[in-house]
Design a protein around this ligand. Structure first.
Ligand code: SAM
Length: 279
């Protein structure tokens, strides 16, 4: 069977290189090149952009990104077994794919990338949320990336885009929506992956705003949100009492009722709280 890039179909790649999926590395592969091209398109126009991809695995999404015109792709993969398959893709797209065999949590990708930069990844579930929080919370804004197009378990995706008052609203929603436009771009059933995971997935597309929606110190905001949602369903005056001696007046200064619960407070309210608590 032929493919658009002349490389073998992904099932064949996996068989040739013995890439049996490892659960410990969160390996659930996308083997449909039409689907990976669609995910690449969800990232917007790739032509003038460098793309950071975490966890290319056998390279299905990498091939989608290159076929859709990414200027360059930097692919960071922890599993050395995948490297020969990725080398074949590099040979098909000379000068456009750099592969680094490393743990994405330990690597500073910036040295290898030229702006504008888009991050596109079918993230390993075990490190996905940690990477997202890192990308959302640099001390200075705008960040190194223009957009993030990321596959998550659907439940995590719903938490990123959740509105105040909804069950999924929490730390991820506040951190994401404070400095980004966030939406679900695509929903995928477990059968889209090999092997199929236990849960459904979704692609979230986040665009970095030029400036945060409301002023706040990121470190203070993170502390407030962690404390507020650490004890869900508690009134804020109880969950935040460790943050200031007179938390009732801090809440008043921020325009928040002390009896409110974290899940009722909009992003703007948390930013006002962070300002009232700033040293
Ligand atoms: N992108 C491929 C696809 O869509 O078919 C594979 C996605 S799979 C869900 C996640 C990939 O991330 C695996 O290839 C896994 O080896 C890799 N991975 C897991 N932990 C990693 C880490 N800490 N740093 C870099 N890659 C990692």
């Amino acid at each position: 069977m032929s493919t658009i890039d002349g490389l073998p179909p992904l099932r064949e790649v996996i068989a040739t290189h013995g890439l049996s999926a490892k659960k410990s590395l969160g390996q659930n592969f996308l083997l449909d090149l039409n689907l990976t091209a669609k995910i690449a398109r969800a990232a917007g126009d790739l032509a003038g952009a460098d793309v950071l991809e975490i966890g290319p695995g056998p390279g299905g999404l990498t091939r989608g990104l290159l076929a859709e015109g990414a200027r360059r792709v930097l692919a960071v993969e922890k599993d050395a077994r995948c490297l020969p398959a990725l080398d074949e893709i590099s040979a098909t797209y000379p000068g456009r794919l750099e592969v680094i065999n490393a743990d994405a949590l330990a690597l500073d990708p910036l040295a290898h990338l030229t702006p504008p930069i888009k991050v596109v990844a079918n993230l390993p579930y075990n490190v996905g949320t940690e990477l997202l929080v890192r990308w959302l919370t640099p001390p200075a804004w705008p960040p190194f990336w223009d957009s993030l197009t990321l596959m998550f378990q659907r439940e995590v995706a719903e938490r990123i885009v959740a509105a105040p008052g909804s069950k999924a609203y929490g730390r991820l929603a506040v951190l994401a929506q404070w400095r980004c436009e966030a939406r679900i771009a695509m929903r995928l059933p477990p059968e889209a992956f090999t092997p199929p995971p236990k849960v459904a997935s979704a692609v979230v597309h986040l665009t970095a705003l030029p400036a945060p929606r409301y002023p706040a110190d990121p470190a203070v905001l993170e502390r407030v949100v962690a404390a507020a949602f650490g004890q869900r369903r508690k009134m804020l005056r109880a969950s935040l009492k460790g943050l200031a001696r007179d938390i009732e007046s801090v809440l008043q200064e921020a325009g928040i009722a002390p009896t409110d619960r974290a899940e009722q407070v909009p992003v703007e309210g948390f930013c006002a709280l962070a300002r009232a608590l700033a040293p």
